[in-house]
Write a protein that binds this ligand. Structure first.
Ligand SMILES: Cc1ncc(COP(=O)(O)O)c(C=O)c1O
Length: 378
């Protein structure tokens, strides 16, 4: 009765952890959430005000299927000012979050059996999207001692006649690490398209992130407002694509989604143009939490070889505790009442790790880690 593709798509395990945590909370247990990849901050006031203004002024209708032109122009200015990348508004498609942008991209790019190279570990949904659209994710393991960065030569070994694209994500979920400029430059030289998920750009505490568009225009950029601007519920993202892909992507958008929310798009303009101070404030607080959580996790015996410098995650080695990260995460949840994400959610090479998110207050992080400390000695 149920279509095979719907039966086959893998669950997003972190959501299983979260749903179990919510069930425990409903039963009266106090749970500390270090599993969710969602900013705990309120959306900046200037963004909320822009959304209210959009409502009051009657911007409550469909927009152009590619998105509001003012927003697309603001994105082009942002990419030019920040990275020196000259893109045209006609190369930008506004979507209801980065996730639908990924769907549009793979729907427009992949023939049945086309391969996309992804790192292992990586954001869980990448390979699920690729498989759902009948492509084949080809994994390249990345290692803790390398800061979980790709080795370009390892990518080269996996390129075949079917390789359509190489997927990069810097700063990365789940590892919080950045891809170095030299490795990114080397990867940009390969002939398949590069797909760069830049959703954690702006959340970098040491060093500097680079857009793939600094190195090549044979590339697609995925980006969105969920993380940097604490706008997850607005559902707003975008795709920057080479010109020939725009019309096909637009047709898919028209059929599947029509357009992104008109109100969210007005809010997105304010985010890009007015929220710099709010972003700086949130970033400074994330950095403080980052330093705290890394130090505390190391004290508790978790392995962190290369300190994460971006996003809001620590991918900690827990192999001394278990090689079954799924069971370990659920055991920590049941016994210590702390939600953490099992490394296996991010690929086979993530097994034995736990992802800790520091998108939570320093008080909650401290309490969560105290609980884990008690769990470890019990
Ligand atoms: C690396 C990465 N890409 C994309 C997304 C999806 O974000 P959005 O809320 O824009 O759909 C997430 C969300 O956690 C993410 O971590």
């Amino acid at each position: 009765m149920i279509a095979q593709r719907a039966q086959e798509i893998a669950p997003f395990i972190v959501m299983d952890v979260l749903e179990r945590a919510h069930a425990m909370e409903r039963a009266g247990t106090h749970v500390i959430h270090l599993e969710v990849g969602e900013p705990d901050f309120d959306t900046p006031p200037c963004v909320k005000e822009a959304a209210c203004r959009a409502l009051e002024k009657g911007h409550t209708h469909y927009t152009h299927s590619l998105g509001n032109l003012d927003l697309r122009e603001a994105i082009c200015r942002h990419y030019f000012e920040r990275y020196g990348a000259a893109i045209h508004p006609d190369q930008v498609v506004i979507t209801s979050g980065t996730s639908p942008a990924m769907f549009l991209l793979f729907a427009a790019l992949l023939e049945v059996g086309d391969e996309v190279i992804v790192s292992d570990p990586r954001y869980a949904c990448y390979s699920n999207f690729i498989k759902f659209l009948q492509g084949v994710p080809v994994t390249v393991p990345v290692y803790e001692e390398d800061g979980f960065q790709y080795r370009p030569e390892a990518i080269q070994d996996k390129i075949t006649a079917r390789t359509k694209a190489i997927f990069i994500n810097s700063p990365s979920n789940p590892t919080g690490n950045l891809l170095s400029e030299s490795r990114m430059r080397a990867i940009a030289e390969f002939s398949p398209y590069i797909i760069s998920d830049e959703i954690y750009h702006g959340l970098v505490y040491e060093g500097q992130e680079h857009s793939i568009l600094e190195f090549t225009d044979h590339a697609f950029v995925l980006n969105g407002f969920s993380k940097l601007y604490a706008m997850t519920g607005f559902r707003l993202g975008y795709l920057i694509a080479p010109q020939p892909f725009i019309r096909p992507i637009q047709k898919i958008q028209q059929n599947f989604f029509i357009c992104a929310s008109s109100i969210a798009q007005m809010a997105g303009i304010a985010a890009l143009e007015e929220a710099a101070e709010d972003v700086a404030r949130m970033k400074a607080i994330y950095d403080e939490r980052r330093q705290f959580i890394v130090k505390r996790l190391r004290e508790l015996g978790f392995g962190i070889t290369v300190e994460p410098t971006g996003a809001f995650y620590v991918f900690a080695n827990a192999k001394h505790l278990s090689n079954d990260s799924y069971r370990l995460a659920f055991d920590i949840l049941e016994k210590a009442h702390v939600g953490v994400t099992p490394g296996i959610d991010f690929g086979d090479n993530g097994e034995g790790y736990l992802r800790f998110s520091y998108a939570n207050s320093i008080e909650n992080i401290a309490e969560g880690l105290n609980r884990i400390e008690r769990y470890l000695v019990s």
